[in-house]
Design a binder for this molecule. Structure first.
Ligand code: TXA
Ligand code: MG
Length: 315
C-alpha cells in the first residue's frame, strides 16, 4: 500500500528521485512524475497500463511556467489562461523541445494546465520541473476523486499519495486546442462551454469517440465501471430489465423499486452532480447487482461533461 499523507516536502523528495506521487487536483487525482525525465514518464505509463500513443497532460504552477514549455501561443489562449487558471482547463499548445516526445506521444503539441488545488499548487511551486500527470486510475477505468480510490487501484504500484481530500469539481478538465488560432474543445470537462464562450466567443466542440489521440481522452471504453451500464429513460429501462437486480443512477431520484440507487443531486444542481459522479459510479462495483441503468442530465453547464462520461461508461 502507498503512504497517504499531506506532506508536500516528502512528495517533492520522491518526485525529485523520479518516482511517482499521486496528486490531488480540483478535478480528479493525477498520477504525477517529472515531465522532463524519461524514466519517470515511462513509470507513469507502466503503472497505469496506458498505451504510449495516449499523451499526458503537464501540470505547472503558473501561466509564466506554462509559457516556458509552449510556443506560438495564440492571443485567445492567453486570455483563457488569465480567466481560468488555476482551474479545470487544459490548453493544447505547440510544445518547446524541453518536453520529451514520450510525454506527448510524438505530437508537436503539449497539454498544459494549472490545477486549482492548494496542496498541489504549493508542491508545483516547490519543484524545479513540471509534473506530467494523467488521471490516477488504471487505463480505461473511472477516474479517482479521493486518495483512497487511488490507493485501492494503484496502491501497490506507487510509494506515495498526497492527500488533498475529495476533489471539488469531480470530472476531468476541459481540453481546448487551437485551429487557425480559434479555440476548439476536444474534451468536455470541469469548465463549461458557456464559461469559455463568455471570454473568447463561440468555440467549436469536436468531441467524438474515436481512438485518435487528436481527439483527446476519448477512447471508447473510458470511464467504464464493472457492471454493464445502460443509459436512457429510467422507467423504460426498468421495465426492460424486469426480474434482474438493478442499480440506478438518477439525477434527482427515480422513485423506482430497485436493488440499489444513487442520486447525483437531489436539488438538481449540475455542479454537485459532477462532483458525485465518479464516486457513485465506483460504488456500483461493490453491489450485488446484474445491471446499471442511468439517465442523462440536462445538457447544459457541467451537464454536458456528465452526459459525455455516462455515454462512455455505457460504451
Ligand atoms: O483533469 C484532468 O485533466 C486530469 C488531472 C489529473 O489533471 N488529468 C487527466 O489526464 O484527465 P488524462 O491523461 O486521463 O487525460 C488527458 C487527455 C488524454 O486522453 C490525452 O489524449 C489528452 O488529454 N492529451 C494530452 N496531451 C494532448 C495533446 N498534446 N494533444 C491532444 N490531446 C492531448
Ligand atoms: Mg484519464
Amino acid at each position: 500500500m502507498a503512504e497517504i499523507s499531506s506532506d508536500i516536502q516528502k512528495a517533492a523528495e520522491i518526485l525529485g528521485g523520479n518516482e511517482l506521487v499521486a496528486i490531488p487536483t480540483e478535478t480528479v487525482y493525477g498520477l504525477g512524475g517529472n515531465a522532463l525525465n524519461r524514466d519517470a514518464v515511462v513509470r507513469i505509463f507502466e503503472a497505469k497500463d496506458r498505451p504510449f500513443f495516449d499523451p499526458l497532460i503537464v501540470h505547472v504552477a503558473s501561466k509564466e511556467a506554462a509559457l516556458e514549455l509552449a510556443e506560438d501561443v495564440p492571443e485567445k489562449a492567453l486570455k483563457l489562461m488569465d480567466a481560468f487558471w488555476p482551474g479545470p482547463l487544459t490548453l493544447v499548445l505547440p510544445k518547446k523541445d524541453v518536453i520529451p516526445d514520450l510525454v506527448t506521444s510524438g505530437l508537436p503539441t503539449v497539454g498544459l494546465r494549472v490545477p486549482d488545488q492548494p496542496l498541489t499548487l504549493e508542491l508545483l511551486k516547490n519543484l524545479d520541473f513540471p509534473l506530467a500527470a494523467p488521471s490516477a486510475n488504471p487505463f480505461g477505468y473511472v477516474s479517482p476523486t479521493s486518495a483512497h480510490h487511488v490507493n485501492d487501484q494503484l496502491g501497490e504500484k506507487i510509494p506515495f499519495i498526497l492527500d488533498g481530500g475529495e476533489t471539488t469539481v469531480g470530472v476531468e478538465s476541459t481540453i481546448a486546442g487551437f485551429e487557425n488560432n480559434q479555440p476548439v474543445v476536444y474534451r468536455l470537462g470541469g469548465l463549461s462551454i458557456e464559461e469559455i464562450e463568455a471570454v473568447v466567443g463561440r468555440v467549436e466542440v469536436k468531441v467524438n469517440a474515436s481512438s485518435n489521440p487528436k481527439a483527446p481522452g476519448m477512447l471508447k471504453s473510458h470511464y467504464a465501471p464493472k457492471h454493464r451500464l445502460h443509459l436512457g429513460e429510467l422507467k423504460a429501462l426498468h421495465a426492460r430489465f424486469e426480474g434482474k437486480r438493478i442499480g440506478v443512477l438518477s439525477f434527482t431520484g427515480s422513485g423506482l423499486d430497485v436493488t440499489y440507487e444513487v442520486v447525483l443531486s437531489s436539488s438538481a444542481d449540475l455542479n454537485e452532480a459532477a462532483k458525485n459522479l465518479f464516486r457513485h459510479l465506483r460504488s456500483f462495483d461493490a453491489q450485488e447487482i446484474d445491471v446499471i441503468i442511468a439517465e442523462p442530465v440536462p445538457e447544459e453547464g457541467l451537464g454536458r461533461a456528465i452526459n459525455d462520461r455516462l455515454r462512455r461508461a455505457a460504451g
